[in-house]
Every structure is written in C-alpha cells, then in structure tokens.
Write a protein that binds this ligand. Structure first.
Ligand SMILES: Cc1cc2nc3c(=O)[nH]c(=O)nc-3n(C[C@H](O)[C@H](O)[C@H](O)COP(=O)(O)O)c2cc1C
Ligand code: SF4
Length: 463
C-alpha cells in the first residue's frame, strides 16, 4: 500500500492525480480567493470559509468550568481569523456524561464562566477583524465512552461483542427507555443554557460513537429507541422538538458522523484490521461495515431538514474504534494502529461524502472535516472544494491546535508558517489517552515547555 506523504507532493496536478489514483475526483485549486468569499445562505452570514472544529483538551477544571488552558485555546481559535467556531469543544450535559474527568460540563454553576469566556472570544475577534464572530457550543453525552472519574463508566444503548469488552460494559450499562427520555429532557435544558450564554447556536452532537451517535445504530435494541429507523431517530426528534419549543430563536446545528465502519484493531504487524467481521449494524455503512452507504444518512438529513436544521458539520466514524476514517494520520495515537489505507483516502472519502450531502441539501450551511492531513496543501484543496460547491466552510481540526492563525495568514497573503503545520503526529490524542492534557506538544512551544511533554515522551518510548 502506498502512503501519500504530503510533503513529497510537488504540484496541484500531482495531488489531483493522487486523488484520482485513489478513486476520487477532488478539485485542487491554486487560486485561493474562494476561501474569502462570504457564505450568504443558511442561518448565518459568514465572512469567510473557515471554521474551527470542536476540540476538547481534557483540561477543564474538575467542576467542569473552563480553566486557563481552555481559555487560551478558545482565544486562539477566536483570534485565528476563522469566521465560525463550531462548538468550541464538547461540553457534557451532566458530570457523569463526561469522556474524561476534565471535560467541560454545562450546568447552572458553570454557565456564567462559559458565558464570560464566550464574550471575551467575541470581543477579541471583533477587535481584530471588525466583525461579529459566530460561535456555538457542542452538547454531548459520552455514552459508551464515558469516563467521568478516570475509568470507564459506560452508558450504552445495546450490547456489542467488541466494544463492550473495550469499555467493560455489562448488561446493566444499557440505559432503559425512561433513562433515555430523561436525557432528552436534559439536552433541552442545556440548550436553554447555551442560548443564555449568548452562543449563536447549539451543536446537538451526533458523532464519534458517543450516545446520540450510538442511538442511530441501535438496530438490535428493543423498545421505543431501537430497531427501525423511526425508533432509532426518536431521541433526535424529541430533543429537536423540545429545543424548538423552549428556545425558538436558537439556531440548532448537528455534527454528524455521516458514515461509520466496523471497529478496527492492530493486527500482529501493527496495521489496522477489522476487529470482528460479524455483522454489526453501523449507521451510514454497507452491510459488511467497511464501506459508505448514505441511504439512511440521507433519510436522517431529510428529517433534520424537515425539523428546520440548516447547519451541519460532517464527520465520520469514531476516534475510539476506527480513527483512520475519522482523523486520518501518518502516525497513529499510542493506542491505535498503523493506517490500513492511505490516509489520503480517508481524507478523500470525507470530502466526497460531504460534497454528496452539500449537493443534495444546497440550502444548508455545510462544514467539512478531515483536512489536517493535507498539511501544506490544505488551502488548495479547500479552495477547490469551496469553488466546486462541495462544502460551504472548511473545518480546521488538529491544524487549528498547531497553527490557529492559519486563516489569518492566508487572508493576508502570507506564506504558510511551515513549522506550525500539523504533521499528524497524534500527540494531541496520545496525551489524553494517557491521562495528560491535550495540546500540540510537538509544534506549540507552550506545550513543548510543559512538564507533561516529558511525561508524554516517556510514555511513547515505553510504548
Ligand atoms: C484533541 C482532539 C479533540 C477533539 N475533540 C472533539 C470534540 O470535543 N468534539 C468533536 O466533535 N470532535 C472532536 N475532535 C475531532 C475534530 O473536531 C476533527 O473532527 C478531527 O480532528 C478531524 O479533523 P482534522 O483532520 O482537521 O484534525 C477532536 C480531535 C482532536 C484531535
Ligand atoms: S499533536 Fe500537533 S502535530 Fe500532532 S496531530 Fe496534534 S496538532 Fe497535529
């Protein structure tokens, strides 16, 4: 298998050819002007085509309030030039719904501090760019991947032969229907707080294997929330209806894993392979769980459109069980596996699916994901995608940690700062998997200098 090393690509034509060799027709454009055209459709007028994706740092205070590290990250995002901050980072709806003990929690106690941070971000952005920033907060329940005090304390929706073992889930971990109804109500109450904090939108997260995403694949569950499509999407409708009723002026966005594959694991030689080839239904996948099938995805998006959702962020899979389709990387996190495919194929798949969705839902504002692997070629692919109408805005994930001001540099016609371009070393994932705060240890001097950097080196060496 050939792995495309982005720093070896010499021209747009060569990159186009590489995409084509992988079976994808992805436009690459040297003229970057499309990235600075406003977005006029959808719920918000956006000044440019950059969005910072939500990225948590495992570094909030233990009571769920933002810490100085969270503040630093969000202020970097706000000052980087992107017109839209999608969700900032995942905020748990309850302490027990956290994916780690230092995840942000939104509740009556934490809301004032979160609101103050939002205000500072908006002030900073307005001072720098003389325009209004658009920002949302992402609401989450970590479901199967909940680790509120360190160890796994899963809340699952169905039993899964492979994933249950990874998180020590038992029959008792399965939520009953009344617990699910209570959680729907909690999401609605938290959306009210999101509006009170002043955010322009709430992201009702449906991705990465967390509770609301797992809901979509609960084919084998009995009762009101399992089985048929109608039942598996009942939770989404309950929450959307509740938010509409409680805060009719709040824009609702959805970050969706538009497709998902089987869980992967490292084979003997370290390369990723499906952990279990038995049939487990995955939302947005073919029956073998190894390819994209958008039939139900479109059905779900039709439902969102009918409910008035006009803001979408497309992502895929889960960082826990198939990271290669979710955040393509040259170097896997310490608990991951070597790429089972060219990471560029993972990027192209996400761009292609996002394009299919944008073409089908032209009135929605659609943010794409998975661009960091493109490194120095990110702007040219982003410009090609926007010009071809395959996404409205380009989501910046890991590269916004290493190089938050990349949109500003591009806007000012500067050459990219090569030393800041994310090289997909995955330290920002490896660190939190080992209980350390997240951050770009290899490229951001702020993290390089911290004591955790030494700990991380040791962990990686011990391997
Ligand atoms: C450290 C880290 C934290 C993340 N936290 C979140 C999160 O809180 N919510 C979310 O929806 N996605 C989260 N993601 C996923 C990113 O938003 C993004 O989808 C992913 O990194 C792929 O985009 P990229 O290739 O630009 O990095 C996180 C990713 C990383 C690396
Ligand atoms: S640690 Fe830095 S270079 Fe590595 S993947 Fe994360 S942002 Fe990129």
């Amino acid at each position: 298998m050939k792995i495309t090393k982005m720093n070896r690509i010499k021209s747009s034509a060569e990159l186009t050819d590489r995409f084509q060799a992988l079976g994808y027709d992805i436009p690459v454009e040297d003229d970057l002007s499309s990235l600075f055209e406003p977005v006029e459709t959808g719920p918000f007028k956006l000044a440019n085509r950059f969005t910072v994706l939500p990225m948590e740092g495992w570094d909030a205070e233990i009571d769920g309030k933002p810490s100085p590290l969270v503040e630093r990250r969000w202020m970097n995002f706000a000052g980087g030039g992107a017109a839209l901050l999608w969700g900032c980072e995942a905020a748990a709806i309850l302490p027990e719904a956290r994916a780690n003990p230092h995840q942000l929690v939104l509740n009556e106690e934490t809301a004032p501090t979160i609101a103050a941070l939002r205000s500072s971000m908006h002030k900073h952005h307005a001072e720098l760019f003389d325009r209004k920033l658009i920002s949302g907060l992402q609401l989450t329940h970590s479901g199967r991947w909940s680790r509120p005090t360190g160890g796994f304390e899963p809340s699952t929706l169905y039993q899964h032969d492979v994933l249950d073992l990874r998180v020590a889930a038992t029959r008792q971990s399965c939520l009953d229907d009344s617990a699910i109804e209570a959680l729907a109500n909690c999401f609605i109450q938290r959306a009210i707080l999101v509006e009170q904090c002043g955010f322009e939108f709430v992201d009702f997260k449906h991705c990465h294997g967390y509770l609301t995403h797992e809901m979509l694949s609960a084919v084998n569950r009995q009762g009101a929330f399992g089985g048929c499509f109608e039942n598996r999407t009942r939770f989404t409708r309950l929450v959307l209806d509740g938010i509409r009723h409680a805060c009719p002026d709040l824009t609702i966005g959805v970050r969706l894993s538009a497709y998902d594959f089987l869980p992967f694991e490292a084979a003997g030689n370290g390369t990723g392979r499906p952990a279990d080839t038995r049939h487990h239904f995955r939302f947005g996948a073919t029956e073998d769980g190894l390819d994209v099938d958008l039939n139900e995805t479109f059905e779900f998006l039709d439902m969102l459109a009918a409910a008035g959702v006009q803001l979408l962020c497309i992502t895929a899979g889960s960082p826990y069980y198939n990271p290669h389709i979710q955040r393509p990387a040259l170097y896997p996190p310490s608990d991951g596996y070597q790429p089972p495919e060219d990471p560029l194929a993972g990027v192209a798949r996400m761009l292609w699916v996002t394009g299919e969705i944008k073409q089908r839902y032209p009135a929605m504002t659609i943010v794409g994901t998975g661009y960091s692997y493109l490194q120095d070629w990110l702007p040219q692919v982003a410009a090609g995608i926007v010009k071809a109408g395959l996404a409205d805005s380009i989501g910046l994930g890991r590269i916004a940690l290493s190089y938050p001001e990349m949109p500003l540099d591009l806007m000012q016609g500067k050459r990219l700062a090569r030393k800041k371009i994310c090289r997909t070393f995955s330290d920002c994932t490896t660190a939190p998997r080992n209980g350390l705060i997240s951050g770009c240890y290899p490229l951001d001097p702020f993290y390089k200098k911290r004591s955790e950097a030494k700990q991380l080196k040791l962990i990686k060496r011990q391997g």
